[in-house]
Write a protein that binds this ligand. Structure first.
Ligand SMILES: Nc1ncnc2c1ncn2[C@@H]1O[C@H](COP(=O)(O)OP(=O)(O)OP(=O)(O)O)[C@@H](O)[C@H]1O
Ligand SMILES: O=P(O)(O)OC[C@H]1O[C@H](OP(=O)(O)OP(=O)(O)O)[C@H](O)[C@@H]1O
Ligand SMILES: O=C(O)c1cccnc1
Length: 476
């Protein structure tokens, strides 16, 4: 009998409470020893720069984060380890019974989000809110990065299918999360069986060169595969000579499949000039009356190459994307941060020489303003209470402002935890993907283009600005 894994997450993540940086635990012990364990704190998760020189980020990772928070407790072996590290008995006793009691608000998974907006807000005791920092950053930064990359690839591909082939060249176990994030971003399926199993996302695939090489000749290799998988067969045609051997042999097999009442799904090109080869392949297939046979292409593809191939009128129906998707080529990390914004309801900020790095104090919410055409106009960061936010200012050039009273305003953050109790059904990746596609329709194309995308407006309310400026003066 087979059994299901104990958690849905990757093997390394079965210890969520110690999936953290050491300093979170030393600070937690410090708050405890200082008698501050019942103090309340609020932290914001946000990023400052869009990756890939792009115009937006897709928020990913929320459901995996929830999965880990649901398991969050200190186990005996972990406590023993902490004791060996010199943590004090009274603190370890406190950790033994520790259960999260946080309130968390977050954007929906698959939401389109922008620099400086808090995407997730944690409120709780100072110890629990602090201790979650690294876990939150690790999960959300990576999944948002890959969901964004996937969304860009899907945007370039339009109605053509995008498949994730990345596991073999992913950053270790990160490949599991990468495949899930890729689905959120819009990739239709994955070759990653573990991710398909654990996350219930669709698996798909073609064949490797080794299959073709392993037979005495290419035609036999194709025939055998088609015999076993007559309704799920994509033949890899570039092992020997794409146009003179691979495609003609695929045509023979397609005809044989037709004779037995089946249809070849497609062929895959994996080298050479994909525009030229796909055009020649399409011509050969069409001349053979096989216009339904699809052309898949792979080989170090990314959104820019997909866009280029489409602009070269390459008749490619399916794009297989691996390395550049799961490694977030060429922006290896999202710069998301988790910053303290209040303690015991007293607003806090971190001052920087660079005003762009001075944090926004106080409990805040984010409003998304929608114009008369149903499109996103901009976002406003306003205080969570007592702030009507009717005028939204540029965060660093206050003279630039917009009266947002005529726009429809939607709150971006929704409650995920109340007092440590989960308040949502964590969405499946495919559900988040559908949500993203709906939201993409509301994002103007100038924010989606790859070259010099138009900067989406994110502003702050007058009250928030005054609070930031007053506190900055006070702290200097
Ligand atoms: N028509 C095209 N326009 C733009 N880029 C392309 C086109 N065709 C292929 N490419 C891309 O060019 C890159 C490099 O191709 P290159 O010729 O070096 O590799 P290859 O075909 O795999 O070579 P090899 O024959 O050694 O396997 C790949 O990223 C591929 O996706
Ligand atoms: O180029 P990527 O975007 O990373 O896509 C995945 C690549 O991995 C496979 O090649 P590999 O040489 O590993 O195996 P193969 O023999 O099956 O082609 C596949 O054929 C793609 O070329
Ligand atoms: O199924 C495929 O074609 C595949 C899977 C992983 C990597 N490259 C290709």
């Amino acid at each position: 009998m087979t059994s299901m894994p104990s958690t849905k997450t990757a093997p390394l993540m079965r210890h969520p409470a110690i999936y953290t940086d050491y300093y979170e635990l030393t600070m937690a012990q410090g708050y405890f020893l200082a008698g501050r364990k019942d103090e309340r704190a609020c932290f914001d998760y946000f990023f400052r720069e869009n990756p890939f020189e792009g115009g937006y980020v897709v928020f990913g990772g929320l459901s995996d984060l929830v999965d880990l928070l649901e398991e969050f407790r200190f186990h005996e072996d972990e406590l023993q380890y902490l004791a060996d590290q010199g943590f004090r008995d009274d603190f370890l006793e406190f950790l033994r019974d520790f259960r999260l009691s946080v309130d968390i608000w977050a954007a929906r998974e698959g939401e389109i989000v922008f620099p400086y907006c808090p995407i997730l807000r944690v409120e709780g005791t100072i110890i629990e809110a602090q201790i979650l920092e690294t876990l939150i950053l690790n999960i959300l930064n990576f999944e948002s990065l890959i969901a964004t990359k996937a969304a860009r690839m899907k945007y370039a591909a339009g109605s053509r299918t995008v498949m994730d082939f990345g596991l073999r060249r992913a950053q270790g176990y990160g490949g599991i999360q990468a495949s899930k994030a890729a689905i959120i971003g819009g990739v239709e399926s994955t070759s990653n069986v573990y991710a398909s199993f654990t996350h219930g996302i669709p698996a798909s695939g073609t064949m490797a060169h080794s299959w073709v090489q392993s037979f005495d000749d290419e035609l036999t290799a194709f025939r055998k595969y088609a015999d076993y998988y007559p309704d799920n067969c994509i033949l890899l045609v570039d092992t020997y000579n794409t146009l003179e051997s691979g495609v003609p042999n695929a045509i023979k097999v397609a005809r044989e499949l037709e004779a037995s009442g089946h249809r070849l799904i497609g062929i895959r090109l994996d080298s050479g000039d994909l525009a030229y080869l796909s055009r020649q392949t399409r011509r050969q297939l069409d001349e053979a009356g096989l216009d339904y046979v699809k052309i898949a292409a792979s080989n170090q593809l990314d959104e820019r190459l997909i866009k280029s191939l489409i602009s070269q009128q390459a008749p490619i129906d399916l794009f297989g994307v691996g390395t550049r998707l799961v490694t977030g080529y060429e922006s290896p990390a999202l710069d998301g941060v988790y910053k303290l914004s209040s303690v015991n309801n007293e607003p806090k900020l971190k001052i920087s020489e660079n005003i762009e790095k001075t944090t926004l104090p106080g409990r805040k919410k984010v409003m998304r303003y929608i114009d008369d055409h149903g499109k996103f106009h901009g976002d406003g960061i306003i205080l969570a209470e007592g702030d009507d936010g009717s005028i939204i200012h540029h965060p660093f050039y206050p003279a630039k402002k917009t009266d947002v009273t005529s726009f429809k305003a939607e709150p971006l953050l929704h409650r995920v935890y109340r007092d440590g109790k989960l308040q949502i059904d964590p969405p499946a990746a495919t559900e988040s993907a559908r949500y993203l596609q709906r939201r993409m329709k509301k994002l103007n194309p100038e924010h989606k283009r790859f070259e010099n995308p138009h900067i989406y407006k994110v502003g702050i309310s007058r009250k928030l600005m005054d609070l930031r400026d007053t506190l900055t003066e006070k702290m200097k």
